[in-house]
Write a new protein. Structure first.
Length: 430
C-alpha cells in the first residue's frame, strides 16, 4: 500500500495539508484479515500517527464492537471487498452505534466504482491502492477536522434500553413488543425492522424466525439488504425478551389466581378494587361488591369428602362466571367465600342508568342457578339442597374505600345468614 492514492471527489484533500500537524487520533478500528490488516496498521504507523489499533475480521464484528464499546473509534477503516452488496446497511448501522467515527474504505483500482457507491451510501471516503504515508496523512487531515469538531457537539438523544423493557414488564403486565421493536430499530440501525406475529411478510424483505427454545413468537423482517446474520442476532435478542415476558405473565397469573377454581384470588381482588375505586371517583361511575359463601359447606365437605367439596367450589365459581358480565370480576377470598365486583365499564353514569337493577338481576340469576344445579358428587341430595347467602354493598353510599366496601358487604352477608340462609341482601347503595 505505497506510492499513490485516490479518493472520491467529495472527499479530496489539499496537497499542502501534509505540512500541518496531525490531529490526535484515539482509536483506529481496522476491518480485515491477515496481511491486509497488518499492512493497514503499518501504513498508519508510518505517518507518525499515535493511536490505539484494534483489528476485527469482518464488518459484522465491527458492528458488534461498536455496539459494545464505551469508547468509539475515531476511524473505522476496511476494504471495499469486505462489504459485498451491503454498503448502505453497514454504513447505517455503524453510524447508529458510532456516529462520530470516520468511515474509510480501501479499494483496488478495479473497485473504484464500488467504492464511490459506498461513499454515496454513507461512508466518508475511500482510498485507492497503492497508498503512501503522505497521501494517507493528507486524507486524514482533511477528513478528521470535521470529526473533532463534532466531538464538542451535544450528545445525541439517549437511546432506549433494557431498563425501559423491564419497566414495561413491571407496569400492569403490558405487552413489550412495541417498546422492544423501538429499541431494536434504535440500537441496530435497521429502521425497516418489523415484528410480524402472523400474516404476510413485507414485500422486498428478508425475514427470520423469532424463536426461543421451542416457542415461536413470529417473524422479524427487514429490507432485503439487511445482513441475515445481523438480523438473526437481533431476532434472538427479541425472542429472549418475549420469552421472559411470557414467563412473567405466567408467574403473575399464578400469583393472582386461585389454583382450584381458576378465578382470581384475594390478592388480585384487593389490588383491582382499590384501583377501580380510584377510577370510579374520577370518572363518576358506580361499583358494587357482592360477598357470598355456600350455606353449610362444611357439612357437605365432611359428609361427601373433599373431592365433593372441591367440585362444589369449582362449579359455584363457574356458575357465577356464566351469569355475570365479561368485565365484572369474581375472586375466591376464603375457604368457601367468594366476592364479585360489579362495575360500569362504559364509564360515567348516564341518566336513567340501570346499574343497581342489573346487579340485582345477575345476583338473583346466580342464586337460582345454584339451587337448580346438579352437583354430581352430591348424589341423591342434588339438586335443591345447595344454597348460598350473601350481601351486596355499593360505592359510594356504602363505602368510599376498598376496605370499607368489602367490610360492609361482609356485614350484610352475615345478616343474610342470620335471616335463615339462602338469602341475598342489598345494602342501601347497591
Amino acid at each position: 500500500m505505497t506510492e499513490s492514492t485516490s479518493s472520491h471527489p467529495k472527499t479530496d484533500a489539499t496537497s499542502d495539508a501534509t505540512d500541518a500537524p496531525l490531529p490526535n487520533v484515539g482509536q483506529v478500528l481496522i476491518v480485515g484479515r491477515g496481511q491486509f490488516a497488518q499492512d493497514v496498521k503499518a501504513l498508519f504507523q508510518s505517518t507518525g500517527i499515535d493511536a490505539d489499533f484494534t483489528i476485527v475480521t469482518s464488518y459484522l464484528t465491527a458492528l458488534a464492537h461498536a455496539q459494545a464499546s464505551h469508547r468509539h473509534p475515531e476511524i473505522i477503516i476496511g476494504s471495499v471487498q469486505g462489504l459485498g452488496d451491503l454498503a448502505r446497511s453497514t454504513a447505517t448501522q455503524l453510524r447508529k452505534f458510532s456516529p462520530r467515527s470516520k468511515l474509510i474504505l480501501i479499494a483496488a483500482p478495479t473497485e473504484r466504482q464500488q467504492a464511490k457507491e459506498a461513499v454515496d451510501a454513507g461512508f466518508d471516503m475511500y482510498l485507492t491502492e497503492p497508498i503512501g504515508p503522505e497521501k494517507l496523512k493528507t486524507a486524514l487531515l482533511s477528513n478528521l477536522k470535521k470529526a473533532q469538531e463534532l466531538a464538542h457537539a451535544p450528545e445525541p438523544e439517549t437511546l432506549l434500553g433494557d431498563i425501559d423493557l423491564v419497566s414495561q414488564l413491571l407496569e400492569d403486565q403490558k405487552d413489550i413488543s412495541d417498546v422492544a421493536m423501538q429499541i431494536l430499530r434504535q440500537q441496530s440501525g435497521i429502521q425497516s425492522a418489523k415484528f410480524v406475529k402472523n400474516g404476510k411478510m413485507p414485500l422486498g424483505s428478508v425475514s427470520t424466525i423469532v424463536r426461543h427454545n421451542s416457542r415461536c413468537f413470529g417473524m422479524l423482517a427487514a429490507d432485503q439488504d439487511t445482513p441475515m446474520e445481523f438480523l438473526e442476532g437481533w431476532a434472538s435478542w427479541l425472542a429472549h425478551w418475549l420469552s421472559l415476558q411470557t414467563k412473567m405473565q405466567g408467574m403473575w397469573k399464578l400469583a393472582m389466581s386461585d389454583p382450584l377454581t381458576g378465578v382470581w384470588n384475594r390478592r388480585y381482588f384487593d389490588i383491582f378494587l382499590k384501583q377501580l375505586l380510584q377510577r370510579a371517583q374520577a370518572e363518576r361511575f358506580r361499583v358494587s361488591v357482592m360477598v357470598f359463601d355456600i350455606d353449610d359447606f362444611k357439612q357437605y365437605n365432611d359428609k361427601y369428602g373433599h373431592a365433593a367439596g372441591d367440585e362444589i367450589l369449582i362449579h359455584t365459581a363457574q356458575l357465577m362466571k356464566s351469569v355475570m358480565r365479561p368485565h365484572d370480576v369474581i375472586a375466591r377470598i376464603g375457604g368457601d367465600e367468594f366476592a364479585v365486583i360489579f362495575w360500569d365499564a362504559q364509564g360515567p353514569r348516564r341518566p336513567n342508568s340501570q346499574h343497581p337493577t342489573e346487579v340485582r338481576h345477575i345476583a338473583q340469576r346466580f342464586q337460582q342457578a345454584i339451587v337448580t344445579h346438579q352437583f354430581d358428587k352430591l348424589r341423591d341430595e342434588a339438586p335443591g339442597t345447595l344454597t348460598i347467602s350473601g350481601g351486596i354493598a355499593g360505592y359510594p353510599w356504602d363505602g368510599s374505600t376498598a376496605p370499607e366496601l368489602l367490610d360492609k358487604a361482609d356485614q350484610i352477608a352475615l345478616q343474610s345468614k342470620r335471616q335463615g340462609k339462602n338469602a341475598l341482601i342489598f345494602g342501601p347503595g347497591a
